[in-house]
Design a protein around this ligand. Sequence first.
Ligand code: SF4
Ligand code: SF4
Length: 473
Amino acid sequence: MSAQDQQPASLYAAREPIFPRRVSGRFRTLKWWIMAVTLGIYYITPWIRWDRGPHLPDQAVLVDMAGRRFFFFWIEIWPHEFYFVAGLLIMAGLGLFLFTSALGRVWCGYACPQTVWTDLFILVERWVEGDRNARVRLWNQGWDLRKLRLRLVKWALWLLIALATGGAWVFYFTDAPTLARDILTLSAHPVVWITIAILTLTTFFFGGFFREQICIYACPWPRIQAAMMDEDTLTVAYRDWRGEPRGKLKSTAPRGDCIDCRACVNVCPMGIDIRDGQQLACITCALCIDACDEVMDKVGQPRGLIGYLALSDEVAEKAGRPPRPVWKHVLRPRTMLYTVLWAGIGIGLIVALFVRSDIGVSVSPVRNPTFVTLSDGSIRNTYDVRIRNQQGEDRVFTLSYSADAPFVMTLEGEEGHETVVPADSQKLQRLYITAPAGTPAATMAMTDLRIWVTAPDGAGRVHADTLFNGKSE
Ligand code: SF4
Ligand code: SF4
């Protein structure tokens, strides 16, 4: 046996080009609507205006990297409130678990950006080069002027969409109209150009050329999803007990309802045959359901040869029993547990949002030295107080203390006990607390001390606890 014969067979398989055919039907219509809504939200959101006062862009949704804050309409998230973002991410994860356990890969099939943009790119491709048969012919023919023209028009349109996608993304990070002006006058920051270039190229190649390969090879989600689905999950399936043995319409041999027209295969954006059973590559976009329903209507057979179906229903239907109602598949302990967890976190975040204060304070004692003995024998401690003003206007805050001992409080650079904190910012205010000579706090090692910060007109009050260091004998 030669060394070459002993080589393991190559696992590489060249990509088979896919030319999805146009299809119409209820799921296709639903997908068009979802595409319009999701793309609309993505492109329009940065342009929604929202009054944020004189110091910030009047933008409803803004990721302020410089100020390390996130603005979402009336909600403003500061870095110390990252638990809101963490909570939203957990909710998104639980939402995916919920939908996957109830309806399989519904996220992949309808709302995933890869699906939405690929769908849009296929729409453009079909518009420029024609439907499936014309595209197959074009693919197989040699290069000529017409093919070059069609390809260039298609790539140019894809590039425009990709550019708009990358362009829209950067608008979320700064004032959109200002940035648009900077882009048009070629005066935008290099980071803007680099971000647009990266997103343009990834959108262009992912939506135009890689398409289903991203879903099959690059995305980890299909592998994880299998663990969330069970025999009650509704997913797209072929009723083989009804369709088999398949056979051509004109065939005189005994056959099932499937006329082997391959319409379901030809519309599939993943290029698979659902009649082979559930497959990892199936994104449950349901276009094969529309295609097959169309065929069943034409041949006068009941719809539903391909449909949303649970494994448990397959068993029942094969045995001649009716499938369980949809709500019984959706409402079951697993999905209810996900819903309860999802809603619990959501309610927790809403409550946290309403009870949170728009003032913040933290106190750091200056420990070098821990105290200073003044000429009259009194003991002074120094503190760095960080006051956060989360409102869109400058505010005058009053500082005070509470303790079981008498103290004298002074603010560095201020006459009294008030300090101005600019809008939407944090101020570092140095504070001195002095214990008169001979008082308990001056002679004890440590005394509990609470620093209070009060908003103007008493519209909020927060505190931070610390210690006063005395000169113990
Ligand atoms: S088999 Fe059907 S549901 Fe699955 S990806 Fe293809 S068209 Fe979509
Ligand atoms: S579209 Fe329906 S009838 Fe045609 S091949 Fe697919 S399952 Fe069979």
